[in-house]
Write a new protein. Structure first.
Length: 444
């Protein structure tokens, strides 16, 4: 069967890239110039570029054109690279402390002495054991207000919590408003569930209520996904007035609010949560991964009673229940003060790392929360992220550009640096390597 003309041209362009005839960073002709060069319609040229971009070989950048990608990097500019590749990992934020292993040993000894180990070997209630739900609910009262433990459901981590919301409360084709830069894990959930993400403009991670209202008037929006307290990747904390305005719009358009609080513990004096302000339409997604350990996959959802049945069904369909051993460990740490101590340690550690980051990177326009183990580094006009990521990879450092976080068609040019798990004595040198790579790209 004869190939369609656009596929033939896409194959030709792909071959030229894969054989090195078009090197990484080469700027391609405009769609119109390509159409004229090969005597095809403009629409055909657009299909050619779209097909080659789908293959991960080129990337379009807003206001700058289309460029050949470095095929040695994954299409997500580093998000799938990990420390197992032998690289220093600035992609995934993995906070830790020298005392974490001792914390685990003490927790396991406590569980072993508790006398209910046999119960942990059995199936558990889908939403978690009643006692543990009460413990977590009570610990959140200062942030969310009094919580009915029946409305708190234990999940296998925050990511599982997001998947549970998508599976239990949303349907394929539903539109979910998000920031133009958002958490990649939610993008993955949305793609699997067939959700249509609607980018909403904002400033430095704080959603613009007026643009949300415009989007809701233009189309039917079902929900809004937000990280109002310590946005990932930008670190912003949304002020109370903006929260109230967003809630006003959510009530006017009957929107479900999904509040991701994975990093909220980093802000010692946050405004009231969306759940506290609008408990009738907010699902609060929490996690212990960043405050205790990324390997202990335990999280929770706090939701209106009207939504718990759907959420429970999604938990049953995906994991049946969170592992009792993990939930027993974590709730014990909640009760004995270990969690509060660990959160304070993470805040102090993050603050020290942020000071070092800003000191080494100098005048660079770093966006971050003052206690976070990650930062966002916008690049100067005309500087592209991909060559910097390539250069850093060659120097043994895995870093990420903006693509994994972007919900718009073209991602901004920036680096996201996650340094919560890097040894402190090595961090200054790593920051200097990043700074030098950025400087080299700026003058090339």
């Amino acid at each position: 069967m004869k190939k369609a003309r656009y596929i033939h041209l896409a194959d030709m362009l792909s071959t030229a890239i894969e054989e090195g005839k078009l090197s990484p960073g080469t700027k391609l002709p405009t769609h119109r110039a390509f159409a004229e060069q090969f005597s095809v319609a403009l629409a055909t040229a657009t299909r050619v570029y779209s097909e080659v971009e789908r293959r991960g070989l080129i990337v379009g950048e807003a206001g700058r054109g289309t460029f050949v990608r470095d095929v040695g990097l994954p299409p997500t500019l580093g998000v799938r690279q990990t420390a197992s590749d032998g690289l220093v990992d600035l992609v995934f934020n993995m906070p830790g402390d020298a005392g974490d292993a001792d914390m685990l040993r003490a927790g396991l000894r406590r569980l072993a002495a508790a006398g209910d180990l046999e119960a942990m070997l059995r199936y558990q209630p889908h939403g978690g054991r009643a006692h543990e739900r009460r413990v977590i609910a009570d610990s959140l009262a200062g942030t969310l207000g009094p919580i009915n433990p029946d409305c708190l459901l234990v999940t296998s981590g925050g990511q599982h919590g997001l998947a549970t919301v998508a599976l239990g409360l949303l349907r394929s084709g539903d539109r979910v408003a998000t920031d133009t830069l958002t958490y990649p894990g939610f993008k993955s959930v949305a793609a699997l569930q067939g959700l249509d993400l609607v980018p909403v403009e904002g400033r430095h991670g704080v959603m613009d209520p007026d643009d949300l209202e415009r989007q809701c008037r233009a189309r039917k929006v079902r929900a809004v996904y937000l990280m109002p307290t310590v946005h990932n990747p930008l670190g912003a904390v949304m002020d109370e007035a903006t929260r109230l305005r967003l809630i006003e719009i959510a009530r006017a358009h009957d929107l479900l609010l999904i509040e991701d609080a994975a990093y909220a513990f980093l802000e010692p004096d946050p405004p009231p949560s969306l759940f506290a302000l609008a408990p009738e339409r907010t699902v609060y997604v929490g996690s212990f991964s960043k405050s205790l350990s990324t390997g202990l996959r335990l999280g929770y959802l706090v939701a209106p009673e009207t939504h718990t049945d759907g959420l429970l069904e999604a938990i049953r369909a995906t994991t049946w229940n969170a592992p009792a051993l993990i939930s027993g460990l974590v709730t014990g740490w909640v009760e004995d003060g270990t969690l509060a101590s660990s959160e304070a340690t993470r805040r102090r550690d993050g603050a020290e790392r942020q000071r070092l980051c800003r000191t080494v990177l100098g005048g660079s326009p770093v966006l971050s929360h003052r206690n976070a183990g990650f930062a966002w580094l916008p690049l100067e006009k005309g500087v592209r992220a991909e060559p910097i990521v390539t250069r850093l990879k060659a120097q043994g450092i895995s870093a990420s550009g903006a693509d994994p976080f972007a919900t718009t068609a073209a991602a901004p040019q920036a680096l996201r640096l996650a340094f919560g798990g890097i040894a402190m004595d090595a961090l200054a040198g790593i920051f200097r390597t990043v700074r030098d790579a950025v400087d080299a790209a700026s003058v090339s």
